[in-house]
Unconditional design. Structure first.
Lengths: 247, 247
DNA sequence: CGAGGTTTTGAACTGTTTCAAGCTCGGTGG
DNA sequence: CCACCGAGCTTGAAACAGTTCAAAACCTCG
């Protein structure tokens, strides 16, 4: 991956082989990259939806504040992710995007999708697949929030993050840098910061995890997968049905 | 809508105008329709994923059973809906489909999407938009399960159902036939059947709703929308960016 | 009329929240 | 170099929303 390589090309090329045409198309879509400091709100809920972003560096999350003052984080964004996809279907964005740490993003215009859909069935299929897979993952999260205990929810979150990181980093161990504070974890799994603290402490005492700074070590991932009925949706997407590109 | 009209054509034609070519393409995809009795599991989690279904009649839901014995309903399917979309990205389906009452479905093969993506950019964009909008709706539900009280969750569910029914039935009032028992409602909003009963009774006593048989009348929908920060994602999808079909 | 599924109601219980205080630790300024 | 500050984490006690269990009431349909 050279320095001038487009974020989009490297992200999508990860799933399927791209024709030279496709590479060209994707590269031209990308605007110059941008940096944001930790804690910055990059766009706000209800802003007009014009750009998508590929994450080049750092973690981010999308959140909503509810009428009663509580906050729900609806998505964590890791390097390589495309941010804002679902909002393409709406005139305005439906959540606020916040940098969890210092980040670098590659914006590209929403209209890019138009071009892709018109000219590249293969890329269209890939993008659709990614959108659908993300939906499956949301359903998994829904099950966790709907009917699991605090402990299982947190386990689930950790397993999910590990699986995501392992896509691009095959040989990875079960150690995880977690650049989120406990209030953010709580807002994600639907608990309070206090109970997240208590639950993490208990998990540590029971030997499920070990913590040092903001890294977490999963000591019995299989047991945790068992308890949460965890499935890895990332490693085996079905891309067998993709159409070939027209000639 | 004639008797021989394809389910898919009438579903998709609802959003955009379809060319005669597109109509032809869609019609040929559809297999003959099928009926199932109330309570039937139509397919089971982990079955191979081959077909999608358009709902012609009746309500259904997709659910998962968790290791601890609890059940989570992840999606309610109403007439006009396409079932199984997210699973296209997987080799096996990720939840079990169950008929909440007597239903009629129109199956069509997963490979249909291949054809559409190759030949019709405009239909591709529509399908992608629907998938993305569904994702937004899931995020809304996630917020509800993650950080709302029992009362707000149930309010949210009712508002969402009403909004969905109003898509195809513009002049509809705030009365809703709800062919689900309280255990199913509970499995959907992440509560127990007992507490659903208690909450519904309280809502009725407070004058938020009225019940007769399995129909529910929303008496103060605006107040409920306020309390749950409800947004109607169905009525105004952004389809302005769709590509025209090639000639 | 009886039977089975569904809803209601009450009492005891539990997981999670709330509030509040104390602790840790890295960063900053005197 | 130390004192102090603030953000985040931990801990405990009290309160509460929602669960569990169990029994009774209700409905619909054969």
């Amino acid at each position: 991956m050279t320095d001038r390589a487009s974020c989009l090309v490297s992200k999508l090329g990860h799933y399927i082989s791209l024709s030279e045409d496709d590479r060209q198309r994707l590269s031209t879509l990308e605007k110059s990259e941008r940096s944001y400091g930790a804690g910055t709100d990059i766009y706000q809920m209800d802003d007009p939806c014009t750009d998508l972003f590929v994450v080049k560096q750092g973690w981010l999350f999308s959140y909503n504040d509810l009428p009663d003052g509580s906050r729900q984080i609806v998505k964590l964004h890791l390097p390589g992710d495309i941010i804002g996809f679902p909002d393409v279907s709406q005139k305005h964005v439906t959540s606020t995007l916040c940098a969890a740490e210092d980040v670098v993003l590659c914006p590209f215009p929403k209209t890019a999708l138009d071009v892709i859909l018109r000219d590249s069935p293969r890329l269209s299929a890939l993008i659709l697949s990614i959108a659908l897979r993300d939906q499956i993952i949301l359903l998994d999260l829904l099950r966790a929030l709907g009917s699991m205990t605090a402990r299982a929810r947190i386990s689930y979150m950790l397993l999910d993050l590990l699986a995501r990181l392992k896509i691009t980093n095959k040989g990875m161990s079960d150690v995880l840098r977690l650049p989120l504070n406990q209030s953010q974890i709580a807002a994600y799994v639907g608990l309070t910061n206090v109970y997240v603290s208590k639950t993490l402490s208990r998990m540590e005492k029971d030997g499920d995890i070990a913590r040092t700074g903001n890294t977490v070590h999963l000591l019995r991932p299989e047991a945790m997968e068992e308890a949460t009925d965890f499935r890895d949706r990332y490693s085996d997407m079905d891309i067998g049905w993709f159409p070939a590109n027209k000639v």
